[in-house]
Design a binder for this molecule. Structure first.
Ligand SMILES: Nc1nc2c(ncn2[C@@H]2O[C@H](COP(=O)(O)OP(=O)(O)OP(=O)(O)O)[C@@H](O)[C@H]2O)c(=O)[nH]1
Ligand SMILES: [Mg+2]
Ligand SMILES: [Zn+2]
Length: 323
């Protein structure tokens, strides 16, 4: 019986190839429209059903080809969204990791299934160290490897100042790589092997320039930044995954201004400040917020020069307003 069923379904699929589920990876996410790459390396544009938009760049999915709108089984999609669509995403595979940020009202997915976060900061425009600290907490939460890249080191004076601001990070064990995407990115390559890395950082730090330097065919858009305002303009508008080789890929993301950690508890944020670990649980009050309480082990560690004062200040600021 089962044999004849299989034969029947094979025949059905031959007649209606659009019914077959195909494995794919999401390589770009534009609102509710997704570009996916199939196992044979071909690409197609897909939609999700109904209001589901929780698909992220990097997701492994199963898609159904729907070259013609009438081929769509089940719930209909509105016609204006069907213009370029060739398929629909039916299933999302369980994720190894999900990098997202959130405030009290909404959650924004950055990328799925990455194994490493590369926080890109630059000599110019000056970077926000609270954003950096927040990215590191999110990375810890998702068990991601971390690399901090200080870009634009060709701007010598500004790079020296930025280097100083990163010393506390290398002192607590984070890998910091100083380079210039404009000049030479070869030292970055060994850090990428075997990883799916996501580039995160403020606008104008040079994330897309790094992608273009690594992959000359990528042609990711980059743009002049307004140095008069000391702030970057958004150039990359959506996340895109680029394949480096068979075992490594990179996701370029739009610049972020804020990295809300509303989805993380106080305790989780404490753990995400990795150098605090040996002092946690040693404060006089077990629910110490490490603000003004007497007998705070973290404040004593700062006074003894064991913890950087700026890092504790960032922690206090983030836990006061995790979004
Ligand atoms: N001097 C110098 N400029 C650089 C370097 N890397 C990037 N830039 C410049 O910095 C500006 C911003 O670079 P992008 O790559 O667009 O920055 P981004 O981080 O992708 O920005 P968003 O897409 O908005 O998030 C561009 O004008 C680049 O030419 C570098 O190593 N040295
Ligand atoms: Mg960019
Ligand atoms: Zn304390």
């Amino acid at each position: 019986m089962s044999v004849s069923f299989d034969q029947d379904s094979e025949k059905l699929l031959a007649e209606h190839p659009q019914d077959r589920l195909l494995s794919a990876q999401v390589i770009a996410a534009f609102g509710r429209q997704y570009q996916v790459r199939l196992t044979d390396d071909s690409e197609m544009t897909c939609l999700t059903r109904g209001k589901r938009s929780e698909v992220a760049c990097g997701d492994f999915v199963e898609v159904r080809r729907t070259d013609h709108p009438s081929a769509l089984p089940g719930k209909a999609l509105s016609t204006e969204r069907l213009t370029d669509a060739q398929g629909v995403i039916e299933n999302i595979a369980p994720r190894r990791s999900l990098l997202h940020r959130s405030d009290a009202f909404r959650e924004k997915i950055i990328a799925a299934n990455v194994t490493q976060i590369i926080v890109v900061v630059a000599a110019e425009p000056s970077f926000n160290d609270e954003l950096l600290a927040r990215c590191l907490v999110a990375a810890y939460d998702q068990k991601l490897e971390v690399l901090i890249v200080l870009n634009k080191c060709d701007l010598l004076k500004a790079a020296a100042a930025a280097h100083k601001r990163l010393v506390p990070y290398s002192a607590i064990g984070y890998r910091v790589l100083e380079l210039s995407a404009m000049q030479d990115v070869s030292r970055l390559r060994p850090f990428l092997a075997g990883h799916c890395s996501v580039l995160v950082g403020q606008s104008g730090m040079g994330k897309s320039t790094l992608i273009n330097a690594l992959l000359p065919d990528a042609q990711a858009a980059t743009r002049e930044i307004s140095s008069a305002l000391d702030s970057g303009k958004h150039t990359t508008t959506h996340a895109r995954l680029y394949r480096l080789d068979d075992t490594s890929c990179m996701i370029d993301c739009p610049g972020v201004q804020a990295f809300g950690l509303h989805h993380l508890s106080f305790g989780r944020i404490e753990q995400g400040f990795v150098e605090f670990a040996q002092y946690l649980g040693q404060c006089r009050f077990h629910d110490c917020h490490h603000l003004h309480e007497p007998g705070c082990a973290l404040r004593s560690a700062v006074e003894a020069g064991k913890i950087d004062a700026r890092r504790l200040a960032l922690f206090q600021h983030i836990t006061a307003a995790p979004h």
